[in-house]
Write a protein that binds this ligand. Structure first.
Ligand code: C2E
Ligand code: MG
Ligand code: MG
Length: 448
């Protein structure tokens, strides 16, 4: 089975879902679709052979639905595949349980047992979705299971399956449900094992000094380098340089981001101290990404202060990039720490502005020195008038509030020209340089 790792497939999942989880959800969708096809086809052919055409048609419809799930998952439409699988299959199972699989004294109902399997599968497929969806789906499926198991839902139905078929059918149905449950557990387990292995590998990488920081230039309107963003890479001897998308989620889930983030800050400040001691590089600012979990640590401010003091850097050359996710948990705590960092002279930047639900009030009320316009807007700025209106207004907002605005993800001259025309004076993107090692970065400044 192909793993869904390319970008096209990635866009349809929630942004915070890493490749590992995408691959697991993809495999679970394929398994769900395959089981629907096999069960639907098997029973469909059987009932067609018995001449019970209405039941056969419904079984075959379930098989068609399953085929649709497989095709959509393979065509990089995982969200659509998930909805068809879960909404479609829930509907089919409720219908079967209420009208076809009507319990009698000799043969109990069994179709509803698949609702349990579906709940477990849904828990894994929707794990990175919003809580109302993640838990809502599982709770709804479990409630339906309880209703069909406990309540006497015995609709008098002309479609009810004959007693002799049902007596054999319960064994086949239960065996299939148990086998499906094992498949789901196995797929989820393989993910847990993979997660543990990844966590171990990350820990080893830190102790073996296999993490490196790359530096991506930030330039002014004339294209001169005025700063850099430190971007983390994991140097794996077998796989080469690995980007954060492949390990950051696991690092955050396991708490490993704390020692890793500690290393990043130390390394960035050490590098900044070197630049500040070099006349040609003294003006270069350095931005470091800080995750929500790091900011939530009670001693985070003290920790930043210690690292800065030890490295001897000038505080205003260091920018800490935060996304609005840091404000979601305990806003009061985050705001207190941000004010303390600001008082120490550290600059704070609101990263990925526009990518989530960033509120304008964050910019008004919090001590941000900078806002980074997300690539979602700068990418389309030339061909989409709405995106251009938004960037123009964000730049005006920055001027009104006295906040620097930097446009991220600039890849082409026309984006640079258009945003420059709107008054943007800070840029970052492949057009000015990809993330590069420190030697390449310093050489780049020397030659500019
Ligand atoms: P970010 O902070 O928004 O960083 C910018 C990302 O966009 C980087 O990806 C960069 O390589 C990429 N990028 C820059 N210019 C362009 C462009 O013109 N076109 C395109 N398509 N992409 C561009 P990268 O290095 O893979 O980092 C991804 C994310 O990982 C970062 O997003 C940041 O949220 C996180 N990250 C990276 N390093 C660290 C770190 O040290 N600590 C923490 N907590 N997070 C980090
Ligand atoms: Mg950033
Ligand atoms: Mg960004």
């Amino acid at each position: 089975m192909d793993a869904p790792v390319d970008n096209a497939r990635a866009v349809a999942w929630p942004a915070r879902m890493d490749h590992r989880r995408r691959r697991r959800a993809f495999h679970l969708l394929l398994a769900t679709g395959s089981i629907m096809v096999l069960v639907g086809l098997g029973w469909g052919v059987f009932f067609a052979w018995r001449g019970e055409w209405a039941v056969a048609a419904m079984e075959l419809a379930m098989a068609a639905l399953g085929a649709g799930v497989i095709v959509m998952a393979r065509l990089h439409r995982p969200r659509a595949a998930s909805w068809v699988a879960f909404v479609g299959l829930t509907g089919v199972l409720c219908f079967f349980s209420a009208y076809l699989d009507v319990p009698t004294a000799q043969a109990p109902r069994t179709s509803h047992v698949f609702l349990l399997v579906l709940a477990l599968c849904g828990h894994h497929v929707f794990r990175d979705e919003k809580p109302w969806l993640r838990y809502g789906l599982v709770v709804a499926l479990l409630v339906l299971f309880v209703v069909f198991a406990a309540a006497p839902v015995t609709t008098p139905s002309s479609l009810a399956i004959a007693e002799d078929v049902r007596r054999v059918g319960i064994w086949i149905n239960l065996a299939t449900a148990v086998a499906s449950l094992l498949i789901v557990v196995r797929l989820a387990d393989s993910d847990i094992a993979e997660h543990r292995a990844l966590h171990r590998a990350l820990r080893d990488a830190l102790s073996q000094r296999r993490f490196v920081l790359l530096y991506q230039p930030q330039v002014d309107a004339a294209g001169r380098i005025v700063g850099a963003e430190a971007l983390l890479r994991w140097h794996d001897p077998r796989r080469g340089l690995i980007r954060p998308a492949d390990f950051m989620q696991a690092a955050e889930d396991s708490g490993f981001i704390l020692p890793l983030g500690h290393w990043v800050l130390q390394e960035a400040c050490r590098q900044l101290a070197v630049w500040q001691a070099t006349p040609a590089l003294r003006h270069v600012r350095l931005s470091v990404n800080i995750s929500a979990l790091q900011l939530r640590q009670p001693d985070f401010v003290q920790h930043v202060d210690d690292v800065m003091t030890r490295s001897g850097i000038q505080a205003d050359a260091l920018t800490l990039e935060l996304t609005e996710s840091v404000l979601v948990h305990d806003m009061e705590d985050a705001v207190g720490k941000m004010r303390a960092l600001h008082a120490m002279g550290v600059r704070l930047s609101l990263d990925d502005f526009g990518a989530g639900y960033a509120s304008l009030s964050y910019l008004r009320d919090l001590p941000f020195a900078e806002m980074k316009i997300d690539r979602a807007f700068t990418r389309d700025v030339v061909r989409d008038a709405h995106a251009a209106t938004i960037t123009r207004n964000l730049l005006q907002l920055g001027r009104d509030l006295g906040i620097d605005v930097i446009a991220e993800g600039i890849e082409h001259d026309d984006q640079f020209a258009l945003l420059g025309g709107q008054g943007c004076v800070l840029f970052q993107g492949y057009l000015f340089g990809r993330p590069m090692d420190v030697a390449a970065f310093t050489e780049r400044i020397a030659s500019s």
